[in-house]
Design a protein around this ligand. Structure first.
Ligand SMILES: [Fe+2]
Length: 181
């Protein structure tokens, strides 16, 4: 079974934290891109898996009847999404993505800290959704409607977070490359 327990998720996080990735020297003040091949490969795989899950989940949650028809699948997909987001957030943090890539200006550091601090809330939300989906009677349209609205709210919050993160990365790259100085 793909979903896995919290223990398995924790194991994955430990593996990620201990593998690959150069441990960049601590902050020397030098500007550098804190990326490497292992980091890029893991990020790429994670992004593909995450996109694949969202591409399956989002159409199912657009309409109550569609969600009702696919409820067992939705239970599995949300469990997988919870585990994927555990991996996603830990990857972003384990490689010093925030600490090293974004130290160049105080504004970017503040933004990085704000975005990192959103991870526990977002993870708690998807964990709760993955639990709630197992408790709902899928033949009760009002319960299904409430659930898909909750999922929609989570989806929007996650998308905003991801967009802000992408902008942060692009801003830090500009900064590293001396664009806009
Ligand atoms: Fe993030």
């Amino acid at each position: 079974m793909k979903g896995g327990s919290i223990e398995e998720v924790d194991m994955k996080q430990i593996e990620i934290a201990s593998q690959g990735g150069t441990t960049t020297g601590r902050k020397t003040g030098a500007r550098r891109l804190a990326v490497n091949a292992a980091f890029l490969k893991d990020i790429k795989d994670d992004n593909q898996d995450l996109k694949g899950l969202l591409d399956q989940i989002i159409p199912i949650t657009h309409h109550q009847q569609t969600a009702t028809n696919h409820w067992p699948e939705l239970i599995t997909l949300l469990s997988d999404l919870r585990d994927q987001l555990a991996l996603h957030f830990s990857l972003e943090e384990a490689y010093g993505y925030f600490d090293d890539a974004v130290v160049s200006t105080p504004e970017l550091s503040v933004t990085a800290e704000v975005l990192r601090s959103e991870h526990p809330r977002l993870f708690a939300d998807i964990r709760d959704l993955a639990d709630q989906v197992t408790e709902i009677c899928s033949d009760r349209p009002e319960q299904v409607n409430v659930f898909i609205q909750r999922f929609g709210a989570f989806q929007r919050a996650f998308e905003i977070h991801e967009e802000r993160e992408l902008k942060l990365i692009l801003d830090s790259l500009d900064d590293d490359l001396g664009v806009g100085d």
